[in-house]
Design a protein around this ligand. Sequence first.
Ligand code: SF4
Length: 349
Amino acid sequence: MAVSVPAPVLDNPLSKPGPARLRDSHGRVIHDLRVSITDRCNYKCVYCRTGEVGAQYPELAIPEYLRLIRLFVDLGITKVRLTGGEPLLRHGLLDLIRELSQLRTSTGQRLDIALTTNGHLLDSLAAPLRQAGLDRVTVSMDAVEEPVFERITRVPGSYSAVLAGIRAARAAGLLPVKINCVLLRGFNDDQIESFAHFARREDVIVRFIEFMPLEEGRLWTPEIVVPLREIVERIGRVLPLLELPPNDPGETARRYSFADGKGEIGIIAPVTQAFCGACSRVRLTSDGKIRTCLFSQVEHDLYGHMRAGASDEELQQYIVRTINQKEARHHIGEPGFLKPSRSMVHIGG
Ligand code: SF4
């Protein structure tokens, strides 16, 4: 069966001596792959889902994700983050992680495997995930007061389930446990100071995220965003902070330790302090499409080529060609800004 082979690739990392490195046309090295393995979710967070729209996209079989991830790793990917929807809902997740933990990067290192979850099922799965080879976990949690938390998730009993999941992840050694809190003015910005105390009490790294226009409904406005500057000021008034250097150049969070040395927080500020210049990420959706940017208006049907019979080499040429087209940056808040063709729950964090 004839397969449309993309034009010869200008800059194939596999044709060069030394470890493969994926670069885009802006000179950025892309080493972080985020893979959504389902867009189903057991939560209906008010800022993410209207609650009317359920899962919309098909899921690949676990061995198909494995083949595609392996192709990316051979091209220079060193970190894989599994996301959703809610990835813990996906059968075969433990097998996928077990297989991924056998992969070696183009420099012969063990692949860095992380996962983002809402934590609802984490209490019983933390230890098996660790045994399968997962390195770290990030839990999405938008409040530390039960009523506020459950008003956001719209799932009764979710708060105690997530807290138990976080503690189980720490006990299992999925460290450091990071907490992602999306801040919306008027929804949960009253949780900022309490979250700082929570980070110290639970020994987790809380990262506050500026709300991005990726929701299903029409909630986003510039006024609803709580900017980095305000978060630092508010926490600094109760618990003085010291800024820390990034762990690596592509890290999205600005890091701060508490002045007394007891704990750390982070702030991810894509709206007021965009970090696109050092972006090292590419995404694969649950139905096998490459998204070169969270805010892409176009998607690239990698799985379609695989299903059509493309060889590993042809698929890798397609990946390299697609990465070459990666957008320079997002245009949030600018005239003519268009929301992406999919909302966050259908893309994956
Ligand atoms: S908006 Fe796009 S380019 Fe910017 S950091 Fe996010 S994924 Fe990278």
